[in-house]
Design a protein around this ligand. Structure first.
Ligand code: CTP
Ligand code: MG
Length: 396
């Protein structure tokens, strides 16, 4: 880790939000991008900044999780990073971090953990501007869209976009000005630069970076996952023509509740174990589709680090898989899946299962067949269910 021993710069990483707009089943900073959390990724750049001190602000009940990420990223320099509990608003969380800044720090940076892929160069530009004498410096990007002023549904004017910029983080401040502004303000702002400007100081702008986007909504999360996943970093391969893929899944009967299989609930049947609902049929289809597209496997996209998929049913897995394929330029030709199971009896609900799986895949043709393996093996003994799927993809 490149934290410098000079105690001059502190970085406050705010990670205490709940992530309501993301709705990913966990506080945003603790949602996985790959096998690592958003916070873990954010810390990668933070520890490359020449900071003496890093303060992570986490939800009160996630301080331990944040410390785990800190230890993983910082190793034997983890003592330079402290974790404090945040507040009800972003500003309250920044203030909680501010109160932990060491006395001899002269420059404070505030960074959103949600801007997890911010390159280290953005930190360097912000630090450079404050070291050069600015009271405050923030990274910005030009606004690309044409902006309108609206009143309800009516357009009431145009806004000259050359006067506008989108603000990012990290935002950097001379420590004394930052402290004074926070100590005197009781107005709530969405970023720290607004608070500093309110107290009469100039804020300068440095170049931001498109990679410093804030993960706010589910599409932002998909974009960030694409960017960090080696399997997805390859360009779209749909020009290669039709592709087939194969997938297998096995789950044991275990636990309480009802069985979910092939996208259907089976009242009265024993449930299968698994991170989600244990639907081996759906999971085999996901693997077949992903392997056909060369996009890794179910663990790459839906592993235990994705809390939003714990307890999820086939429709969520299949719909997300279809989105991933579409993003890479593929449409689904057809899917064929075979189930090995003594129970449940598929024959009576086969058509229903095919319709449910097809609907989850946007109407693609899905056929389901079932076999009982003549009493042989774990499926024949009724200990679990196995499924094998083949998927055929065409360029979209
Ligand atoms: N943040 C924080 N404490 C809060 C609210 C927000 O530390 N009480 C942090 C978030 O963790 C995030 C950054 O401020 O890194 C930017 O906030 P935002 O994107 O709005 O995150 P959330 O508040 O978590 O999301 P939402 O508004 O959708 O609930
Ligand atoms: Mg928020």
């Amino acid at each position: 880790m490149a934290i410098s021993p000079v105690p001059r710069i502190a970085v406050i990483v705010v990670a205490a939000g709940s992530g309501t707009r993301l709705s990913a089943g966990a506080p945003k900073a603790f949602v996985g991008l790959d096998e690592h959390t958003i916070l873990w990724h954010a810390l990668q750049s933070v520890v490359r900044a020449p900071a003496a001190q890093v303060i992570v602000v986490a939800p009160a009940d996630r301080v331990g999780d944040a410390q785990t990420d800190v230890r993983e990223v910082a190793g034997d320099r983890a003592d330079l990073i402290s974790v404090v509990a945040g507040g009800a608003t972003r500003q309250a969380s920044v203030n909680a971090g501010r109160l932990a800044v060491w006395p001899d720090v002269e420059i404070v940076l505030v960074h959103d953990a949600a801007r997890a892929l911010t390159p280290p160069e953005v930190f360097a530009r912000v630090i450079g501007a404050v070291e050069g004498g600015a009271a405050a410096a923030i990274p910005t990007l030009p606004v690309i869209d044409t902006i309108k002023r609206v009143d309800g549904e009516r357009i009431v004017g145009v806004v000259d976009r050359s006067e506008l910029a989108a603000a990012q983080t990290p935002q950097g401040f001379a420590r004394l000005i930052f402290d004074a502004a926070y100590e005197s303000s009781d107005v709530e702002f969405t970023d720290d630069a607004a608070l500093i400007a309110e107290s009469g100081h100039d804020v300068v702008s440095v170049a931001g970076d498109t990679l410093a986007f804030k993960i706010t909504t589910p599409p932002d999360l998909d974009r960030a996952r694409h960017l960090v996943s080696p399997a997805l970093a390859v360009p779209a391969r749909s020009s290669a023509g039709p592709r087939i893929g194969v997938g297998t899944d096995v789950h044991a009967f275990a636990g309480d509740g009802t069985l979910w299989l092939a996208g259907l609930e089976w009242p009265g049947e024993a449930p299968l174990s698994g991170h989600s609902d244990g639907d081996a049929v759906a999971h085999a289809i996901v693997d077949a589709l992903l392997s056909a597209a060369g996009l890794g496997d179910i663990g790459t996209h839906f592993g235990v680090d994705r809390p939003e998929f714990s307890g999820a049913h086939a429709d969520a897995f299949l719909a997300r898989t279809r989105e991933l394929l579409l993003a890479e330029g593929w449409r689904i030709g057809n899917v064929s899946v075979q189930v090995q199971a003594v129970r449940p009896r598929f024959s009576v609900r086969r058509v229903e299962a095919e319709a449910a799986l097809s609907a989850a895949l946007g109407g693609a043709s899905v056929s389901v067949s079932a076999t009982t393996t003549d009493g042989l093996g774990f499926t024949g003994r009724g200990e679990g269910v196995a499924a094998t799927a083949v998927a055929f993809l065409l360029p979209a």
